[in-house]
Design a protein around this ligand. Structure first.
Ligand code: MIG
Length: 820
């Protein structure tokens, strides 16, 4: 689709009102406040530069020298920057700021910024720098920043985009939109994440443009040597984040904008949804369908038809006469019930939520006063102004009955771009409080969904305590990951959409949002059994793992496609449940360090330019590499395996990376590799999290010629005692030689998982085990499993072990040179 917004004439259509772009003049003066500086120009413009850490520098420009109040929904209140070491110098034609890692030069003429590392490599440099435009007629302004494209520079990130992973050559925008049945390259989609990563000369940095107006990013699209970003209002306000490692860039961005708390472990289980399951009888049949077939499932969803006339916080009592009883009965069988809640509140005098909102004056108003009206599912609605603290508190309180009384365990926020049927979204003149910084829809649009998710999270957290909440949102702005998980919206049951789901989830993950998944099988239309299985094979490696469909074409439960496919669906959902401790550990790394859970190939080896354009392959956590099959009727695929040694999960064959390899993967396999040296924890299959008391944790250990450290994190899987020490973090170091393999374990934390045994399964050993020792005592092999032409020694050890060593038959003396 042609993008109507041109870089050179990006806002003003009325030529009579057109002003030339304006630029900074010459800096004549500065003021320092700790690690922040104001630079003042001869044409009144001011630049604020805040050196936040040794790697993060913030830039704000004020054309008239006046900075608006400094307010951001994106920044995390928990961000505690490590203060930088800073050296400042004024030179005749420039200022220079030096930190431990960076040298930032600001030229006095035009305030052009250049950032180098301490070895003098240019990381990022202004081209024309800051520009702005002001329209006297509308009072609207555009702020813009242009940067030079460095040689061989590539771009990643930007939240939810359905185009190629590498963004070079693209122009994209953020204006959250209800994009039913979007396509490759459709833009914008539902979410607004104005954060990108640049990579050149193997060095990475990030730019976070914290501006909630409609924002644009042009990555060498209009001019091949320029990357620029601009917004249709407010100020140029961006953060430069230095890596040089890609993962470190994302971690810092995520620290800045916030991390989620640990989710309840069940939320990492398999979830089943449809628009809609009703009445109660059908909903329960679905539950029974899982248990009868022994296909694991933790959560079932109620879409809009559970409500009475689509009025939020009501039940259709004809379909669900006694929701509390039903939810309890399902809970007794291990199912958590999740319900949808939309922002539109039906205009209906007999509806208590509507009345309360009117009495308290909590709905958004048009510029001239009346409440904004728009149609969504219930008919004409008003919409709460979630950018007002009192409204968020009120909204949170509305969940009391659903959660505290009925027992709902998760809330799904939809339509919060916000979407309305008439014009797609609210008219621009609609007013918002913006936490005391009153503004129009132009500024509040992109954070509306985030503030709704925030208010929902507040309610969930309050009423499900001491359990952990689960919120799912469709729209969001940078920082929404503090409150909510997300999915990629209304996709289609097609192979192309399966391809997109892979890219979208990876891209969201490197944009701070790792708790993400797609509607497995596709929302619109019905997948074939083959497509459904291929999609499920990918979906089990996404943190949010849910089948959803619009439901008007055909059934989309794991057993809807015939016996052969049911068996395959069961097999892969079971694999998901086995992998739970690994996925939970990976989530913990995300929640603790901001590390993306899904890692595009370039994140696994940014020193290898072969990875820069790859997009199908990705890492989940530290030690698994996945590459989905997104084509019909194939027996496998070629993929690029990152450098190092890997094991094909299905047959334990050893494969060296740094090249394209063929992965044999008929419908009963997805290309899946374990890293040499990895320790991968497996649970036994359960029908839902907590079904079984886990008496044994399996550790799959993959031989390495060398050594590798892996970790496993565990806690109770729900509640908050993990925040006060009730967790255990295990660090394993695996070291292999031609004739031995040793594994050491160190633990931290006091949590006692219930199990009394590790079952250790050793893969890829290049020798037959002759002797084994655990903490100095001989240990016998429990048994040996056979996988094709491979053997897998199995040992049982106490989970408190510190050192395990397996050795080959000692070398017989006759082979030793007698003279030595
Ligand atoms: O206008 O609630 O993306 O997941 O099933 C459609 C009905 C509204 C859109 C969501 C979809 C959900 C559907 N919703």
């Amino acid at each position: 689709m042609h993008n109507p917004v041109q870089e050179t004439n990006y806002m003003i259509n009325d030529l009579a009102n057109r002003k030339e772009n304006q630029f900074a003049g010459v800096a004549i003066n500065y003021k320092q406040e700790n690690t922040a500086f104001y630079f003042f120009c001869d044409n009144d413009l001011a630049l604020f530069v805040h050196v936040i850490t040794n790697r993060i520098i913030r830039f704000r420009f004020a054309p008239d020298g006046h900075f608006p109040p400094d307010f951001s929904y994106a920044l995390s209140p928990d961000f505690l920057p490590q203060p930088p070491s800073l050296d400042f110098k004024e030179n005749p034609d420039h200022y220079q700021l030096t930190t431990e890692h960076l040298v930032c030069t600001i030229r006095k003429e035009g305030l052009l910024v250049k950032i180098e590392d301490i070895s003098g490599n240019i990381i990022n440099e202004d081209e024309r720098g800051y520009q702005w435009e002001y329209d006297l007629q509308t009072g609207n302004n555009v702020v813009k920043m242009s940067k030079k494209v460095q040689s061989g520079e590539h771009y990643y990130g930007l939240g939810d985009k359905s185009s190629n992973m590498n963004l070079r050559g693209r122009r994209l925008q953020n204006w959250g939109s209800d994009t039913y049945g979007y396509n490759r390259n459709s833009d914008p989609l539902y979410k607004n994440i104005p954060f990108y990563i640049g990579l050149h000369q193997k060095m990475a940095y990030g730019i976070f443009f914290d501006n909630t107006f409609r924002t644009f990013f042009d990555f060498a699209h209009e001019r091949s040597n320029v990357t620029s970003f601009w917004a249709q209002g407010e100020e140029m306000n961006y953060y430069f984040i230095y890596g040089p490692n890609l993962t470190e860039v994302v971690e810092q961005y995520t620290n800045l904008t916030g991390k989620p708390e640990m989710p309840p472990m069940w939320a990492l289980g398999y979830q089943q949804c449809k628009w809609s399951y009703y009445p109660e009888k059908v909903f329960k049949e679905i539950a029974q369908g899982f248990r009868d077939r022994q296909i694991p499932c933790d959560a079932l969803y109620l879409d809009i038809d559970y409500m009475d006339a689509f009025r939020c916080f009501t039940w259709n009592k004809e379909y669900f006469p006694d929701p509390k009883r039903m939810i309890q009965e399902l809970a007794a069988d291990g199912f958590k019930t999740v319900v949808i809640i939309d922002p539109g509140i039906k205009i209906d005098k007999n509806y208590w939520v509507y009345q309360e909102g009117i009495q308290k004056d909590y709905y958004c108003r048009r510029a001239d006063g009346p409440y904004m009206k728009g149609s969504v599912w219930p008919g004409l609605c008003h919409f709460p102004d979630y950018t007002r603290p009192e409204v968020r508190d009120w909204w949170a309180g509305l969940f009391k009955e659903l959660i505290a009384e009925d027992g709902v365990r998760g809330v799904w926020n939809d339509m919060n771009e916000p979407a309305v049927f008439e014009h797609g979204t609210f008219p621009d003149d609609v007013r918002f409080d913006y936490d005391g910084n009153s503004c129009s829809h132009r500024k509040a649009h992109n954070i509306y969904g985030m503030q709704m998710a925030r208010a929902t999270y507040m309610g969930m957290k309050k009423y499900c305590y001491p359990n952990r909440p689960l919120v799912i949102t469709r729209s969001g702005y940078s920082g929404v990951q503090r409150y909510s998980s997300t999915w990629t919206g209304d996709n289609v049951a097609s192979w192309d959409h399966l391809w997109m789901a892979n890219i979208q989830c990876q891209r969201l993950s490197i944009s701070g949002m790792s708790f993400v998944g797609s509607d497995i099988g596709g929302f619109i239309e019905t997948p074939s059994g083959e497509l459904y299985i291929r999609w499920l094979q990918l979906g089990i490696f996404h943190a949010f793992c849910r089948t959803h469909s619009s439901g008007d074409h055909g059934d989309q439960e794991p057993w809807s496609f015939g016996e052969e496919y049911t068996a395959l669906a069961k097999k892969f959902i079971e694999l998901r449940y086995q992998l739970l401790p690994y996925i939970y550990t990976t989530f913990w790394q995300y929640a603790t360090y901001g590390t993306p859970m899904l890692r595009p190939l370039v994140f696994l080896d940014q020193n290898n330019t072969e990875t820069y354009h790859r997009m199908a392959e990705f890492g989940l956590g530290d030690n698994l590499l996945i590459c989905p099959i997104t084509q019909a009727e194939v027996e496998g695929r070629w993929l690029y395996l990152p450098r190092g040694t890997w094991y094909y999960y299905w047959d334990d064959s050893e494969v060296s990376g740094g090249k394209e390899v063929w992965a044999e993967a008929r419908l009963d396999r997805i290309p899946l590799y374990a890293r040499a040296g990895a320790v991968i924890p497996f649970y036994p299959v359960q029908q839902y999290v907590g079904e079984k008391k886990i008496t044994e944790l399996t550790l799959h250990i993959y031989y390495i010629d060398g050594s590798l450290t892996s970790m496993v994190y565990e806690d109770r899987g729900d509640g908050y005692d993990y925040t006060t020490g009730e967790f255990i973090k295990k660090t394993f170091e695996v070291t292999g030689t031609a004739t031995s393999l040793s594994v050491s374990q160190k633990t931290e934390g006091v949590y006692q998982p219930g199990y009394v045994m590790y079952q250790i399964m050793v893969h890829g050993l290049p020798f037959a085990v002759e002797t084994g020792e655990v903490d100095g005592l001989a240990v016998e092999l429990e048994h040996v499993e056979i996988l094709g032409d491979k053997t897998i020694p199995v040992i049982k050890v106490n989970p408190g072990f510190e050192n395990l060593i397996l050795k080959a038959l000692p070398v017989i003396s006759s082979t030793v040179d007698p003279l030595v």
